[in-house]
Structure formats: structure tokens, C-alpha cells
Design a protein around this ligand. Structure first.
Ligand code: UD1
Length: 418
């Protein structure tokens, strides 16, 4: 087991390009099943979740090559229509393969993706979307779907990101048109639309609540560059807010981070948002202020994935900040760990009250979920003394070389075998 040693108290200084977005590349890899030729994807982060997605594609019969940050998927020989239980468990978002698999093979057999460290993660909306497109869905010791999608009217009761993407992917392979209403508006859905259209699909409306898909078009192979990861950016900005200093990030669109930047601005950081970069400056000798209530919400609201890192930065501040988590049930698992570092936080259900303390101190802490792990690293950089962070398997699901990124910004961080 490896652990990260983080010695806090050094301001961060520097510039880096944020790697490709996990939440973009996963649905895009699943979408490759719809292509009729090889697809080259650039800016793919090297993450364990990406490796899990490549494993699924290989098992389905795709030829997959990975070199650096480029992945080539050739789906020409793919003939499989089932995903093993082990593979479904290896990554929560493996359910995203259901729509494209069904569109390609007219048949799909999967087990449930299982529980999740964020609380129950139902898939009812994914399944009802497929039913609305004319597929037969049976739930008997797993999920069994039959029939080629015809298209139809998909009405989502919640703007679920995964269900929106699954519906889009199934609809692209459908024989007729589909309209998705109350669609999620996250930027990664826009990236998926751009990718699909670059292969010849007819998808419109991503970024709004109504997405239309023509269906019936043949998708070619092609080449595409995945967008930068706004949550990795939010984590690095949280680290800078926690440790002090100036961090400039390239490769992300600041508009996708507007709600996060606004919290840091109100907490006393200076934020510069340009077309080419976003920069955060915090004078380490001046404490952060508490911020107005941070309420997570579907995009364009404050991202649930940035809640933990931002909370970590505000744990050491002058004043209080109230957090309200509206998306997932169990998204405060980083709180007991922050408390071990000296934070004063109380939670009740979906609400957390952070009473800022003067400074956190180093401790032995464990990441129990991906973004909680990023949060603990951010907290440790502003803390006094050394933090030993375990549970790196969670961090490696979504941050490529977190310790290297932080070292590039001048942090004193190393990964060692425990
Ligand atoms: C995606 C992101 C994840 C992010 C989340 C919310 C990926 C790979 N993951 O997850 O990082 O935290 O969006 O921004 O993109 N729900 C149902 N029934 C369903 C599906 C979802 O009730 O069939 C509920 C969920 O329990 C949750 C809410 O809808 O309360 C939003 O979840 P959803 O948007 O689907 O999240 P994911 O796509 O799983």
C-alpha cells in the first residue's frame, strides 16, 4: 500500500496544464462502440477508471492501444454484448456502456454497478430512458436489454448526468429521432455531443435542458481531443487557497468553474479568469474569510465534486461557511478526516457547518472517496506539519499523478510504500 507524505505550510507557485476530464473520457470511450472505424482520442488522462473502461472495451472485442495520453479504439471486431460482474464493479460508471452496447448489438447483459461510497446510486433513470426508446429491459439477476432502439421521448425526472449520456448514446444508434427533456447540462455532455458530431452524429442542444438526437446516421471513425478536467482544476485551486500563493491553470474553461471561483473570491482570494488560463492568488499571511452558503446543484450550480476540496480550503478561515449537499446522500466522508487535522465541522444530514479554525495540523488520514481524497491533500498543504494520506486507490481513479502536479506547483509531497 502506498501513502502520500505531505508537508504543509509552503505556498504554491506555478503554472500547469490540467489533464483531460475523467467524466468526459469515460462516456466518450463508451461512445467508441458506435463508430464504424478506429477512433483516436487525445488528452486522455491515465487513471484507473480509464483503465477499467479500456478493459471493458477489450472484453467486448475492441482493439485498444494506449500511448501516453492518446488512446486508439478500433471497435470494428467488437461482437460482445455482456459485461462481467467483476468489470461492472471495477468502476461505478460502467453503466454508461449500456446505451451504446444496446445500440450496437441490439442486446446487452450487465450486472448492477453496485453501491457507492457516495451512497446509493440508482440506475432507474438510465433504464427508463432505454425503455422510452423502445427497448425491452428486464431486471432479473442483473440487467437484460433486448431490441434495437427506435428513438422516442425521454423525460428525465432528475437531470442525471449518466442517464443523459446513456440516453444520448443509445439514441445516436437508434433508427429514429429522440428528444431528451430535463437533460443534465454539465460541460462534459457538451464534450460528448461534440465528439459524437465529429463522427457524423446529429446531436443538438447539449448545455441546455433539451437535447435532440437524429438517429439513423452511420458514425465513422475519427480523432478527438478530450476537454480539460474542471474538477481537477477546482481541487488545485482549493490547494492554492489552502496553502496560499499563486497558481495558474491552463487547459480548462474558467466559465465551467464560475461558481467555485466565486466562493474563493468571496473568501478573499484574487481570481483572474482569462480565455487561456485561470489564476488564483491568496496572500498566505491573510486568513481566508468564511463564504456565503455553498449549495451543490446540477450544472450550472456549484458542482458536488468540488464540495469536499473547497470545504478543505475553508476549514482554516476566519468565520463560518455552511455547506448544503443536494446531490448525493453520503458526501461528507472527508469531514471526520478533516476533524483529525483540527477542523471544526459539524454535519447533520446533508448540511455541514464549517467553523473556520486558525490552522489545521498534519495527521494520519485516509481518503475514502475520490474527491474527498483530493480535499485531504488540499487541506494538508495548508496545514502545519506532515500529513500521511492513505487510500490513494480512490485518488488514482480521478487524479493523474496528483503528487507530481502538486510538486510542479512547489509543494513538498511524495508517495512512498507504507
Ligand atoms: C456524474 C459524475 C460524478 C458527479 C455526478 C453529479 C461521471 C462519470 N460522474 O455521476 O462525478 O458527482 O455526475 O454531478 O460523470 N439518480 C437517480 N436515478 C438514476 C440516476 C441518478 O435517482 O438512474 C440520482 C443520483 O442518485 C443522484 C442524482 O441523480 O442523487 C445525480 O446523479 P447523476 O447525475 O446520475 O450522477 P452520475 O452520472 O452517477
Amino acid at each position: 500500500m502506498s501513502v502520500m507524505y505531505i508537508r504543509g505550510g509552503r505556498p504554491l507557485e506555478g503554472e500547469l496544464a490540467v489533464h483531460g476530464a475523467k467524466n468526459s473520457v469515460l462516456p466518450i470511450l463508451a461512445a467508441c462502440l458506435l463508430a464504424k472505424g478506429p477512433v483516436t482520442l487525445n488528452n486522455c488522462p491515465r487513471l484507473t477508471d480509464v483503465a477499467a473502461a479500456l478493459g471493458i472495451l477489450r472484453r467486448l472485442g475492441c482493439r485498444v492501444e494506449q500511448e501516453g495520453h492518446t488512446i486508439v479504439v478500433d471497435p470494428t471486431g467488437a461482437s460482445g454484448c455482456s459485461i462481467s460482474e467483476e468489470q461492472m464493479r471495477s468502476m461505478r460508471s460502467s453503466i454508461i456502456f449500456l446505451g451504446p452496447l444496446l445500440a450496437r448489438a441490439g442486446e446487452a447483459h450487465l450486472s448492477y454497478p453496485g453501491g457507492c461510497e457516495l451512497g446509493p446510486r440508482p440506475i432507474d433513470l438510465h433504464l427508463s430512458a432505454l425503455r422510452a426508446m423502445g427497448c425491452e429491459v428486464r431486471e432479473e439477476q442483473g440487467i437484460h436489454c433486448l431490441g434495437r432502439p427506435k428513438g422516442g421521448e425521454v423525460q428525465l425526472s432528475i437531470p442525471s448526468v449518466g442517464a443523459t449520456e446513456n440516453a444520448m448514446l443509445c439514441a445516436v444508434g437508434a433508427s429514429g429521432p429522440t428528444t431528451i427533456t430535463n437533460a443534465a447540462r454539465e460541460p462534459e455532455i457538451g464534450d460528448l455531443q461534440s465528439f459524437l458530431n465529429s463522427l457524423g452524429a446529429g446531436v443538438r442542444g447539449a448545455g441546455s435542458s433539451t437535447i435532440t438526437v437524429e438517429g439513423g446516421r452511420c458514425l465513422s471513425g475519427g480523432e478527438y481531443t478530450v476537454m480539460g478536467d474542471r474538477i481537477v482544476a477546482a481541487t488545485l485551486l482549493s490547494a492554492a487557497a489552502s496553502a496560499g500563493g499563486t497558481v495558474r491553470l491552463r487547459g480548462v474553461d474558467w466559465r465551467h468553474l464560475a461558481t467555485v471561483l466565486s466562493v474563493f473570491h468571496q473568501a478573499g482570494c484574487r481570481v483572474e479568469s482569462k480565455l487561456e488560463y485561470v489564476e488564483l492568488f491568496r496572500d498566505g499571511s491573510v486568513p481566508l474569510r468564511g463564504a456565503p452558503t455553498v449549495r451543490t446543484a446540477p450544472y450550472p450550480g456549484f458542482p458536488t465534486d468540488a464540495q469536499a476540496p473547497v470545504m478543505a480550503a475553508l476549514a482554516a478561515s476566519q468565520g463560518c461557511t455552511l455547506f448544503v449537499e443536494t446531490i448525493f446522500d453520503s458526501r461528507y466522508r472527508h469531514v471526520p478526516e478533516l476533524i483529525r487535522m483540527g477542523a471544526d465541522i459539524t454535519t447533520e444530514g446533508r448540511v455541514a457547518l464549517v467553523r473556520g479554525v486558525e490552522r489545521l495540523h498534519g495527521a494520519r488520514v485516509e481518503a475514502t472517496d475520490l474527491r474527498g481524497g483530493g480535499a485531504l491533500a488540499a487541506a494538508a498543504l495548508g496545514a502545519e506539519g506532515t500529513t500521511v494520506l492513505s487510500g490513494l486507490n480512490h485518488i488514482d481513479r480521478g487524479y493523474e499523478g496528483l503528487e507530481e502536479m502538486l510538486r510542479l506547483l512547489g509543494a513538498d509531497v511524495e508517495r512512498r510504500e507504507a
